[in-house]
Design a protein around this ligand. Sequence first.
Ligand SMILES: C[S@@+](CC[C@H](N)C(=O)[O-])C[C@H]1O[C@@H](n2cnc3c(N)ncnc32)[C@H](O)[C@@H]1O
Length: 200
Amino acid sequence: METKKLTKDWIGNKKSTFVTLGASSHSESDREDNDYYATDPRCAVDLIDANIGIKNIWECACGEGHLAQVFDDYGLLSKATDLIDRGYGIADTDFLIFNDIKHDGWIVTNPPYKFAVEFCEKALSITPNVAMFLKLTFLEGQKRLPFFKENPPIFVYVYSSRRKCAINGDFDAIGSSATAYAWFVWKDNFKGEPVIRWIQ
Ligand SMILES: C[S@@+](CC[C@H](N)C(=O)[O-])C[C@H]1O[C@@H](n2cnc3c(N)ncnc32)[C@H](O)[C@@H]1O
């Protein structure tokens, strides 16, 4: 897939193909307003290692590409979009306004958390194959109960050790992570009891 690339090699392996970023036209407040927390790219590897058949991925809130670039390196990415131009993928693409479109593959992202349910619902209206990196507390809450009853994930991959998300992509500025995360996976219109698995 042709995209703009990240500035840094977060993974540090030979697959990485990072080059200089283009400048963003958006202000810092735009960035924060839109809930920008970059995900530790190792989380993309964790999802790939789960062997659940992810392929042809649309990263629909790609930020600077911390997840998308790993998927691209593994030949799994078909497109990367974001509302804001953060120098990666296709900008000015509001995922929540899409109607009546389908994607023959997976939608995978760490969405803006304040719109997490909306992102899950929108993604599942586009494809039955979805993986979302979310706080583990996404499992709870009145608002989410009807969503989970209608759309049970097939797997919830819980992190045994903490992973970090960095506000505005600044991994140097964060300390130890106090937040527990999980990959929530929906596949093939599964309607049974979700299985919990653990990631080391
Ligand atoms: C939590 S960050 C995650 C970024 C990236 N997925 C990652 O894991 O590093 C959420 C991203 O969602 C984007 N975003 C917010 N609202 C959006 C929308 N309606 N459509 C598409 N992207 C959106 C933000 O600009 C931000 O880059």
